[in-house]
Each structure stands twice: as structure tokens, then as C-alpha cells.
Design a protein around this ligand. Structure first.
Ligand code: PEP
Length: 248
């Protein structure tokens, strides 16, 4: 059985004090959960959050990673550096793809370097509004998966289906539609030689406590990658509680 997973992507939010309070609030509310809980704060607060989460099962993730080990790459962070603090790393988030030109090739290199360093990539895939309207959702999702995973990965991965048009908008996708794409992702993973049955597939895009049960009760959706709602300890803990109640 796949363990449900709820990951919070704090993006470029929180001051030092806010990160401290948020991590403490989540520690108090979600550390006894059977769900795999992952917090992805900004790089600068990773060690702070790691210390707050010490002695809990809550895991830490980075929001991005470079593919080289070390060297003259000003501003970048290597997989080995991330691995000193984190178990997970988000790779291929649509904000990285669209705002920072993370190409298919960059996502592939980041994914394989992360796996080689012992990190678990949370690989984000999903179509934008124009692609959806022109009926290209399946094609885009399959192309992003195949480009990121040209070889079967040599370690575990997580895939997050994140329709771009549903991110940060307050209105999520239809859970049955997300299930259909999650099922497609699972069968595509099998075709690519991946361990499809044991790979958690998450939904991401305006997840809230009001709608989450509809997603996490789908057979191929194992949790969520959460943006806005992960910045509120109570809301985030509620999502963890819903995943736990629905899946166990
Ligand atoms: C995201 O950016 O990955 C995301 C899911 O954001 P939100 O929950 O705010 O839509």
C-alpha cells in the first residue's frame, strides 16, 4: 500500500520568525500522523525548520536543485548540499518551468542528479489553460514525464499532477478529471519502466480542506502538493488529517 503524502510548498514566502512559527505550528498539529508530511520552505530556512522538526517524522524538502555537484554556479544549490538537510526536492514546478526557463532537459538533469544524490524528487507535471482548452492535457503530461524520466529512475520518486490553470487560483480541478490524469500517469510510469504501483501520485492546484477529500479518495491520488494552504498551520494540518482519515 502506498503511504499518503501531503507536501507543503512555501514558495518564496515567510520571514525567519514566520517560518519558525509555521514549522512549530505544524509540528504541534501534524507530527503524530501516519501520513508522510513534507515541508518545503525556502532554502534559507531549511536548517531552521530541520531543527524544529528534529525528533518528528515530518520530512523536509527543497523547492528546487541544480544538477552539478559543486563549482562556479553562483546562486545554485547542489543535490549533495540539499541531501545534507532534506529527503525530498520539488523538480519541474510550473513556476520554475515558466518563470525561470527550466526546460525539459533541465528538469531531466535535475531529476536524475537528485536521485543519484539519494533525494526523492517530487516531479511536477501539468498542462496550462491553453493546452487544456486545445485538448492537449494527456499529450503534455506524458511528454513531461517521458522527458524527465528517459530511463527508469534508480530510486523512488513522487509525481505531482498540477494543472497550471488550477494553481493559486482558488478553484481546483475536478477530482474525477484529476483521477483520470493520475491513472494515465500511473500507466505511463509503467510504460517507462518505473515502479508505478509504489509511486505516490499527488494532486496540486488550489487544494483546500473544503475540497481535498474529493481528491484523496480517488484510487490513484495519494495526497497533495499544497501551495497557499500550506502557509497556515491549522489548514495544512487539516489536510494531513483528511488524508489520514480517507486513506487509512
Ligand atoms: C503549487 O504551486 O504547487 C500549488 C499547488 O499552489 P496552490 O495550492 O496555492 O494552488
Amino acid at each position: 500500500m502506498r503511504r499518503p503524502l501531503v507536501a507543503g510548498n512555501w514558495k518564496m514566502n515567510t520571514s525567519y520568525a514566520e517560518a519558525q512559527a509555521l514549522a512549530q505550528g505544524i509540528r504541534e498539529r501534524a507530527s503524530a500522523s501516519p501520513v508522510e508530511v513534507v515541508l518545503c520552505p525556502p532554502f534559507v530556512w531549511l536548517d531552521l525548520v530541520r531543527r524544529i522538526l528534529a525528533d518528528t517524522d515530518i520530512a523536509l524538502g527543497a523547492q528546487d536543485v541544480f544538477w552539478e555537484d559543486h563549482g562556479p554556479y553562483t546562486g545554485e544549490v547542489s543535490p549533495a548540499q540539499v541531501r545534507e538537510l532534506c529527503k525530498y526536492v520539488i523538480v519541474g514546478h510550473s513556476e520554475r518551468r515558466t518563470l525561470f526557463n527550466d526546460t525539459y532537459e533541465a528538469v531531466r538533469k535535475k531529476c536524475s542528479a537528485a536521485i543519484a544524490a539519494g533525494l526523492v524528487p517530487i516531479l511536477a507535471v501539468g498542462e496550462d489553460a491553453a493546452e487544456r482548452e486545445s485538448g492537449r492535457t494527456e499529450e503534455v503530461v506524458c511528454a513531461e514525464l517521458a522527458a524527465a524520466l528517459p530511463e527508469p529512475p534508480s530510486g523512488p520518486i513522487v509525481v505531482a499532477y498540477e494543472p497550471i490553470w488550477a494553481i493559486g487560483r482558488g478553484y481546483p480541478a475536478d477530482p474525477e478529471e484529476a483521477q483520470r490524469i493520475a491513472r494515465l500517469i500511473r500507466s505511463q510510469l509503467a510504460q517507462l519502466g518505473c515502479d508505478d504501483e509504489n509511486t505516490p501520485i499527488l494532486y496540486g492546484g488550489s487544494v483546500s480542506a473544503a475540497t481535498f477529500e474529493g481528491f484523496v479518495s480517488q484510487p490513484d491520488i495519494d495526497g497533495a502538493l499544497v501551495g497557499s494552504a500550506s502557509l497556515d498551520a491549522e489548514q495544512f494540518a487539516l489536510l494531513v488529517e483528511i488524508a489520514s482519515r480517507t486513506q487509512f
